[in-house]
Design a protein around this ligand. Structure first.
Ligand code: ATP
Ligand code: MG
Length: 573
């Protein structure tokens, strides 16, 4: 295992041989013959935002469990809150899930499809004396509920006759009352130590159009009343959810026990994924979007699936990441570097190497003929011999990286400096003879160098060595393109600690280079094309802002991880 993995706070990382606690439970259930040996999982997003890397963890977990146990996997939208939901989100969620490789076959469901059934079940509870229509307002309900140390007080409507509640409920449904006039509440226990059990709300009045049911409904079920029953309707065997729902479990079980549901799902909670340098809550991500701190949900700096995709992440690297972090019962924070490791490791194996110069400085090879040019065969991927070579043109005028030259260079600066010799990758040794400056500003504008024709391919026949190897691009053939260099969106590893997360935004999270110089083989590449710019990192052509013949390159990840540096500073691990 590599260092980053060892150091990363994966907390729960599983050995590939060992089985995590969720799979262990499922194996037991199968062995005990529960559900007739069936395994059926689901991913239940609320369509109120784009999916993020935390959702990916849940999708990968639920869909792979179904696959591993020969079971089924559903997609179900828990669309009970029309205020915040939108078809745009439904579509993006499906697109992202498909891209991740999750397969729900034809089982795309919506809690709103069950509104009639849920309503019938609500009536059932009323008839059984287990629910009532309450006229307390929101504020009063809160006051009556009590606190963790004091029991609550019963609503004055708690003993309303069932017939009266049924009538009011029906009229609430028909839209007869203003919002807030009434709610439907379960009649459980106002002194229950678990506050969720103190006569929780089942329905509230909302005169809002729903993106699927239109104006049919004037009451909407609470998430808690819809979620577990929807699982029951779908025959979900294992309702896997995140830890914050542990306190809801007694309530979910109460519904299942007190309703004539066709099936009883088992809820299992696991720790949600948190990542350093990242906020994960949809509310906060939405705020980043609406306040313009990023360009949209799919901004490559966002931890959304669509953002990561634009940045250049592959679905397989995200799945690898999800598998590596495993599942845990206690909350922890995974180091962002572990996610970066997953894509870097994959691109190291698969990405062709090409040359691009981000901050160009002109080099003129004075002993190379003016009109001549030649093709140099360059290895596409040293990690993958089958990737072959490509021809890259070389001529008298080249671009090199401005950083690769220093006029006043320290002794250990092995790149180009006056009088020094370096290797141009795959090409020749060159020596810097003269530095041309702008007479007004003193800025270095050109280097005049000579090349050694005997060193073609990058080696000297006399065996002399050079320490520095620079990438380069032929000026005559270069393709100019925009390159975007991204850094973490937040400066702090825990951006939500101490004040607002917005105070911790990294002002340098994006640097745009409008006129990088690329080798000509990149002229025709299109969206989603991935490569390594030698010495600069792994890049991917942006799927949104690129135009035919004008690719925009996003840096997906740098070449080296930061662990080595952190460790040197004594900060790691
Ligand atoms: P957020 O808290 O970001 O608004 P959410 O949990 O409310 O997200 P849902 O649409 O309800 O968003 O989530 C769908 C599923 O994804 C749920 O089963 C939830 O438990 C799971 N999920 C959400 N966030 C994470 C996370 N960070 N790690 C793992 N699973 C998650
Ligand atoms: Mg949720």
């Amino acid at each position: 295992m590599n260092d980053e993995l060892r150091n990363a706070d994966a907390g729960s990382a599983q050995d590939s041989e060992s089985v995590d606690f969720i799979r262990a439970i499922i194996k037991d259930d199968i062995a005990a013959g529960r559900n007739g040996g069936r395994v059926h999982t689901r991913f239940p997003p609320e369509p109120n935002g784009y999916l993020h890397i935390g959702h990916a963890k849940s999708i990968v977990l639920n869909s792979s469990i179904a696959r591993e146990f020969g079971g089924k996997f559903n997609l179900r939208f828990d669309d009970t809150n029309p205020e915040k939901e939108d078809v745009e989100y439904v579509e993006s969620i499906k697109e992202d899930m498909r891209w991740l490789g999750a397969d729900w076959e034809d089982r795309e469901f919506y809690a709103s499809d069950y509104f009639d059934q849920l309503y019938a079940w609500a009536q059932h509870l009323v008839r059984e004396g287990k629910a009532y229509v309450c006229s307390l307002n929101e504020q009063e309900i809160r006051e009556y509920r009590g606190t963790v140390t004091e029991p609550g007080r019963p609503s004055p409507d708690r003993d309303r006759p069932a017939a009266e509640s049924l009538d009011l409920l029906e009229r609430m449904k028909q839209g007869e009352f203003p919002e807030g006039a009434y709610t439907l509440r379960a009649k459980i226990d106002m002194a229950h130590p678990n506050m969720k059990m103190r006569d929780p709300l089942l329905y509230r009045i909302r005169h809002i159009r729903h993106h699927r049911t239109g104006d049919t409904w004037h009451i909407y079920p609470m998430y808690d009343f819809a979620h577990g029953q929807s699982d029951a309707i779908e025959g979900i065997t294992h309702s896997i959810c995140t830890l914050e729902f542990e306190v809801n479990r007694p309530l979910y079980d109460w519904f299942i026990e007190n309703l004539p549901v066709p099936h009883k799902p088992r809820q299992i909670e696991f720790a949600r994924l948190n990542l350093t340098y990242t906020v994960m809550s949809k509310r906060k991500l939405l705020q980043l979007v609406t306040e313009g701190h990023v360009t949209g949900w799919d901004d490559p700096r966002m931890p959304t699936i669509s953002g990561l995709r634009r940045l250049g992440y592959t679905a397989s690297s995200i799945r690898t990441f999800c598998d590596r972090i495993g599942v845990a019962k206690r909350d922890s924070t995974v180091d962002l570097d572990l996610l970066k490791w997953a894509i870097r490791e994959e691109m190291n194996r698969t990405a062709p190497r090409v040359m691009a110069v981000l901050r160009p400085l002109k080099v003129v090879i004075t002993n190379y003929p003016e009109d001549a040019e030649e093709m140099i065969a360059c290895v596409n991927n040293p990690e993958d011999p089958s990737a072959g070579t490509r021809d890259v043109p070389f001529c008298r005028e080249l671009w090199i990286e401005r950083d690769d030259f220093r006029e006043e260079a320290p002794r250990k600066f092995f790149r180009l400096k006056p009088g020094a010799e370096v290797r141009l990758k795959h090409a020749y040794f060159i020596t810097c003879d003269e530095v041309i400056k702008d007479p007004d500003t003193g800025e270095v504008v050109e280097l005049r160098c000579t090349y050694d024709p005997e060193t073609r391919g990058g080696d000297a026949p006399d065996g002399r060595k050079v320490r520095g190897t620079l990438h380069w691009v032929s000026a005559r053939h270069a393709v100019t393109a925009e390159v975007r260099l991204y850094d973490n969106l937040f400066r702090e590893p825990f951006p939500e600690e101490g004040g607002s997360f917005l105070d911790n935004l990294n002002p340098d999270s994006l640097e745009v280079i409008p006129d990088a110089k690329l080798e000509p083989s990149l002229a025709g590449v299109g969206p989603g094309y991935r490569c390594q710019f030698l010495r600069l990192g792994y890049f991917c052509v942006d799927g949104k802002d690129s135009r035919p013949g004008a690719p925009v390159f996003n840096r997906t990840v740098t070449l080296k991880d930061t662990w080595a540096k952190l460790e040197a500073k004594g900060k790691a691990g």
